[in-house]
Design a binder for this molecule. Structure first.
Ligand code: CO6
Length: 429
């Protein structure tokens, strides 16, 4: 029978050492794969480390409280016969690796003051997830009963038994129906008729779908709407637009102006520039604006204008134009879509007025900017009320009611509208 070495895992890119805070097993204990062996802590994250193998704990080299480098041998497990035949290697370099930052989904891990704070999955959980086609995004939504919400085998199995059975039923219904086109069937809630077309989602579509469902499941959304009179801003933009383009070689649409007002308001309302990690609220230092860009293939991607609070109008316009251009030509780098702290979706681009956007996790709010339209409006003048033609738009904000209540969300949204309404029309470019 051979031994399996349990090493100090690498808990993140930059982490070199960690403290074993607690052992859950002692020498001589029989253990099964996924049983928790020990708890480990760094300055960034605490994790339970499960066993990757079945066997008996033969030797524990360091007591709880020891600070040890990544890769140090912490314990030896005498493999059970079954595991020995399955596992020819007697050690593995890392018991558990933290999920890589560059997930295919483009979804970033939670970041705490710039530090990575990833959710941790044991090899067994990942094996089951892969076998059951559970994506990383879907895994992220599963409630974990281990330390810091670690998803254990039993949590995943429980999840698979429950939530997914409905989805699986529906998928099977579509498959069955599509191979028997002359006899349309209705099973569950989906029916496919003889003349219906069934289209396989591409990878990006699936990722977007997963992300949207995950967001709705994770955070209770509420949406508030305000109207803003942006006549001054529109007249100014229309006046300077050509000069701006000539002088800087960048087009100036309304978006950079929306971004500027949003960034200012976020600086005043830091709870909107935040993330939730279990029972902790993380207020982000920088304002990184995710901008929803509609791609020619019909998909949507959200590149991020980093440190918007440090950029002037030209800087915002440049970043927006570059990112939107790169997005439309599939030229975004992984870094371009990471670390957003708040998002804006401008469906005014296709003349929509009001919408209720879905929060881009792990952020807590998203602003939607509707189309600016000319409207008759009542103006209160010292000489009495008059009706005038004004440029108006709706702004809607969806926010996570776990952390942002209506009064706060509403005040923040109104502040953006006020900043746009109070735009200085004498501003120079
Ligand atoms: N009002 C009036 N005019 C507008 C507006 C609004 N809100 N938005 C754009 N425009 C004008 C814009 O100024 C341009 O006109 P000129 O400057 O006079 O040439 C023109 O429309 C085209 O602008 P464009 O969209 O190309 O550039 P912009 O910088 O405004 O926006 C973008 C960049 C990347 C945000 C945009 O191109 C885009 O992709 N928008 C769609 C985003 C999207 O699909 N979001 C998801 C919507 S679904 O959220 C959703 C709630 C649910 C429904």
């Amino acid at each position: 029978m051979s031994q399996f070495k349990i090493l100090m895992p690498k808990l993140g890119e930059s982490i070199q050492e960690a403290t074993v805070t607690k052992w859950f097993v002692k020498e001589g204990d029989l253990i099964a794969e996924d049983d928790v062996l020990f708890e480990v802590a760094t300055d960034k994250v605490d994790s339970e480390i499960p066993s990757p193998v079945d066997g008996r704990v033969e030797k524990i080299f360091f007591p709880a409280g020891s600070l040890l480098p990544v890769g140090e041998i912490l314990a030896l497990i005498r493999l059970s016969d079954e595991d020995e035949s399955e596992t020819r290697i007697a050690e593995q370099p890392v018991v558990n690796e933290v999920l890589s930052d560059t997930r295919e989904t483009g979804k970033e891990p939670l970041s705490l003051s710039g530090k990575q704070l990833n959710r941790f999955y044991s090899p067994l959980v990942r094996k089951i997830a892969a076998a059951e086609s559970v994506s990383l995004e879907e895994l992220d939504t599963i409630h974990g009963s281990g330390l810091s919400g670690r998803v254990q085998k039993k949590d995943l199995l429980h999840y698979l038994e429950g939530t997914r059975s409905q989805v699986v039923t529906n998928v099977k219904t579509v498959e069955t129906s599509s191979v028997t086109p002359t006899a349309p069937q209705v099973k569950g809630s989906i029916s496919v008729g003889a003349e219906d077309q069934v289209i396989e989602m591409d990878r990006i579509r699936k990722l977007i779908a997963d992300h949207m469902v995950m967001s709705k499941r994770v955070s209770p959304h509420v949406t508030s709407v305000v109207e803003a009179d942006v006549t001054g801003l529109v007249l100014w933009r229309n006046k300077v637009k050509d000069d701006f383009q000539r002088k800087y070689g960048e087009k100036l649409t309304f978006m950079p102006l929306f971004m500027e007002a949003t960034s200012k308001a976020l600086a005043e309302y830091p709870w909107l520039n935040a993330s939730v990690n279990e029972d902790k609220i993380i207020l982000r230092k920088h304002i990184n604006l995710g901008i929803a860009v509609a791609k020619p293939d019909g998909n949507l991607i959200v590149p991020v204008v980093k440190h918007a609070e440090e950029k002037n109008l030209l800087g915002l316009a440049k970043s927006l134009n570059n990112l939107a251009e790169a997005a439309r030509h599939n030229k975004l780098s992984p870094d371009d879509i990471r670390e957003g702290t708040f998002s804006i979706t401008n469906f005014g681009s296709f003349r929509n007025l009001i919408g209720t956007p879905i929060i881009n996790q792990p952020q807590v709010a998203i602003l939607a900017t509707g189309s600016i339209e000319k409207k008759p409006a009542v103006l209160e003048l010292p000489t009495g009320d008059v009706i005038a033609i004004r440029h108006k738009m709706y702004l809607s904000l969806s926010y996570d009611h776990r952390v942002v209540d209506g009064a706060l969300g509403g005040a923040f949204l109104r502040r953006i509208a006020d900043l746009l309404e109070q735009f200085d029309i004498n501003r120079t470019v």
